[in-house]
Design a protein. Structure first.
Length: 84
C-alpha cells in the first residue's frame, strides 16, 4: 500500500491564475491535474485532430505562459510553475 504522505499527495499552494481554473488550494498535485482535465473537457479545449494538444482559452493562456496550444506533457511542466 502506498504511503498517504508521498510527495505527489502533498497539498500545494496554487497561484491565483491557476486557482481560477481549479479552485483555491492548497490541494495535492494529483487533484490539480484532475480538476484541470475536467476544465479542459468541460470547455472542449482538447484539439480534435490531435488529442495530446490543448487549445488554451484566456484563463489557460495565463497558466501556459501565453501559449495558444500546448501538448499534455508540456502542460504538466507549465502548471508546476503555479504550484508551491
Amino acid at each position: 500500500m502506498a504511503k498517504p504522505n508521498s510527495a505527489f499527495m502533498k497539498p500545494m499552494n496554487i497561484s491565483q491564475e491557476l486557482a481560477v481554473i481549479v479552485g483555491s488550494g492548497p490541494m495535492p498535485r494529483s487533484e490539480v491535474v484532475k480538476k484541470l482535465w475536467e476544465y479542459i473537457k468541460k470547455n472542449d479545449l482538447q484539439d480534435p485532430k490531435n488529442k495530446r494538444n490543448i487549445n488554451a482559452d484566456e484563463n489557460l493562456k495565463k497558466v501556459f505562459d501565453g501559449k495558444e496550444t500546448v501538448n499534455m506533457f508540456e502542460m504538466t511542466k507549465l502548471i508546476s510553475k503555479h504550484l508551491s
